[in-house]
Design a binder for this molecule. Structure first.
Ligand code: F6R
Length: 609
């Protein structure tokens, strides 16, 4: 997730307006910033790595001439946060400047095609190919308008994008286009804007046009023209007036970032499926060769590791050890060695306990692999190979979209490993890959159809003093995560454990009305789980189940249930099954009068440079 912005102003310099707009988009990404303007038929550009204020102190972002420009605030996915990788990106002749939010899946193929035609690339980003592809299209057919050249260009892109382009060839226009990344237009009497999000231009106009997927828009001071990318046909669309406050606008109308981020999961999960195949392949070679593999993380990321360890075992027949970061040094600090591989999982890439484990393992010559959401973080610097999970920044302190993304990457890795080790048939592989592709849609369905139900359940149980979360097999990890979410934001003490452990102690806590949440994935332990539900019911517990929609047997048994789509393979189940638990924690916090975005005593780790 990055923030893009563009503006054309009648009587004002564009740069200070862009600078202020990018500040308002900084929640979308903050590792680099850049602006490009056109003045007297020449392009001017300033960009660097760092937060906007830092870059402004060094480069003075307000000091660019011209009343038209595009700007960008970055959250790195392809290429580390460096000056050369910051947007805007230019073509060979410095006539075209492009800003982009999204991921171009086929950039490697397009890049080598363009390099064979003598285009020189400066960055390691996927975005730069767009500038060169527009240039190449115009070289081949110089009579094309800028908008038509961009139409041809975007038709060749696979992946997600919201782009804004300026060019000295048509210095009074911005051309922007959208596929699966947000893009909005703002209109005022003497100015026009495009941006990733409304807050960027809200102080200047509240007259807004939403751009849909598959559309290209040409902006000028005369107005805007929308065309369909597929067939170039023109689309008529009225503007509407937005009455959001700036605070509401940043959250896109959601009351809290946490709820916004829960709702972002279908999109963020689609992004995790865009990880380049060769990086997964490369990463999979290390666990395959290692004598022992540790999955090391803290908190929610540890729960992803726990689920990952089930998946590695079930799919790739590889035993891995999930270890809590703060325990690693005591437990394995002396035994870890050159034959060990450590896969550290950390959204921030900066969690001290995870890094301490990594440090000791490095000192003892183990191989370090990283999975993180923060390219440029310490974890990416110390890892032999790392994967970026591509979730975009998470503002809510409680991890939600970054958890499901970690799960998705770990499942993809487990599948690669299974293939490499010859432990999975092609049919099974195809089946699971197809199911994984559908997970974002499954999550979308859950949010659409079950949110209201979860809200009602939260109302019903809002005064409960304690909760149990129970699952078996891989659903144990889901149960742990449901418990952590509820504790950290709703301050409800909760206990989670594998359901089979009930009768070894915890069941003595149960008395009439005690809420017990069961995670009921359809796997081999389904029958046994029904036994555990019966045990709890017999003691008067109030039972709540997360079930597949056709699981009539369990639906009949329990007091309340939330449904997920049917046919989800067990190894993928933590992704959809955790979503109702995230919503439960959120609505319990709201019902109990707490701010879910700011849990007391907690803060998110941030990158230190
Ligand atoms: C819980 C939560 C924390 C983090 C943990 C690790 O919602 O956010 O438990 O998961 O602090 O953080 P990272 O993944 O940044 O290492």
């Amino acid at each position: 997730m990055c923030g893009i912005f563009g503006c054309i102003l009648k009587d004002e310099k564009a740069a200070p307006v862009m600078h202020a707009a990018l500040k308002r988009l900084e929640y979308r990404g903050y590792d680099s910033v850049g602006e490009a303007t056109i003045y007297s038929d020449a392009l001017y550009i300033k960009k660097d790595q760092g937060k906007i204020d830092e870059v402004h102190r060094i480069h003075d972002l307000d000091d660019l001439p011209g009343n038209i420009g595009v700007g960008h605030t970055r959250w790195a996915t392809h290429g580390a946060p460096t000056q050369v990788n910051a947007h805007p990106h230019l073509d060979c002749n410095r006539q075209i400047a492009v800003v982009h939010n999204g991921i171009i899946d086929n950039f490697a193929e397009l890049k080598s095609e363009l390099e064979n035609r003598d285009h020189i690339f400066k960055s390691r980003t996927d975005t730069e190919i767009i500038a060169h592809l527009i240039e190449d299209t115009l070289n081949t057919n110089p009579s094309l308008s800028l908008a038509d050249a961009i139409l041809e260009t975007v038709r060749r892109l696979n992946g997600s994008y919201a782009i804004a382009v300026i060019s000295t060839r048509e210095p009074n226009k911005i051309v922007c286009a959208r596929n699966e990344s947000p893009l909005v237009i703002g209109i005022n009497e003497n100015s026009i804007y495009c941006a990733s999000d409304i807050p960027a231009f809200l102080p200047r106009t509240n007259k807004v046009v939403i751009v849909n997927d598959g559309e290209l828009v040409t902006l000028s001071l005369e107005g805007f023209e929308i065309r369909k990318i597929a067939d170039s046909s023109t689309v008529a669309r009225e503007s509407k007036l937005i009455d959001w406050t700036p605070e509401m606008a940043v959250k896109q109308g959601y009351p809290h970032f946490m709820l916004k981020e829960i709702h972002e999961q279908p999109a963020s999960l689609r992004n995790t499926l865009r990880i380049q195949e060769h990086y997964l392949e490369l990463m999979a070679t290390f666990p395959d060769r290692a004598r022992e593999v540790f999955l090391v993380a803290c908190g929610t990321s540890y729960h992803a590791c726990l689920a990952g360890s089930y998946a590695f075992s079930k799919l790739a027949f590889l035993a891995t050890y999930p270890v809590i970061g703060s325990e690693f040094v005591e437990q394995y600090g002396k035994s870890v060695n050159i034959d060990s591989t450590i896969l550290a999982v950390s959204q921030s890439g900066e969690t001290a306990d995870t890094l301490a484990a990594v440090n000791i393992a490095r000192q003892r010559a183990a191989t370090i692999l990283g999975l993180t959401n923060t390219i440029g973080s310490t974890l990416t610097r110390v890892s032999r190979v790392y994967l970026g999970q591509q979730s975009g920044p998470e503002i809510g302190v409680a991890a939600t979209k970054t958890f499901t993304a970690q799960l998705s990457v770990l499942m993809q890795l487990a599948l690669r490993l299974a293939k490499k080790r010859g432990k999975i048939s092609q049919d099974e592989m195809d089946f699971l890959e197809e199911k994984l592709e559908k997970i974002p849609d499954n999550v979308e369905t859950i949010i659409k159809t079950q949110e209201e139900k979860v809200k009602q359940i939260a109302k019903k149980y809002k005064d409960a003093k304690t909760f149990f979360f129970l699952g078996r097999g891989i659903s144990t990890a889901t149960a742990y995560e449901g418990r952590l979410k509820l504790m950290e934001i709703a301050y409800v003490p909760a206990i989670a454990f594998p359901a089979g452990e009930s009768k070894h102690g915890p069941i003595s806590l149960v008395e009439p009305g005690f809420p017990v949440v069961f995670i009921c994935a359809k796997d081999e332990s389904h029958k046994t789980l029904i036994g555990n539900i019966m045990e709890m019911k017999a003691r008067g517990a109030s039972t709540i189940a997360i079930v597949e929609e056709d699981d009539e047997e369990i639906k009949k048994l329990v007091d309340d249930y939330v449904e997920v789509p049917k046919g989800i393979p067990e190894v993928l189940s933590p992704i959809p099954f955790v979503v109702p638990l995230q919503l439960l924690a959120y609505y319990m916090a709201v019902e109990r009068g707490h701010n879910p975005d700011m849990p007391r005593n907690l803060a998110k780790s941030v990158t230190v440079k």
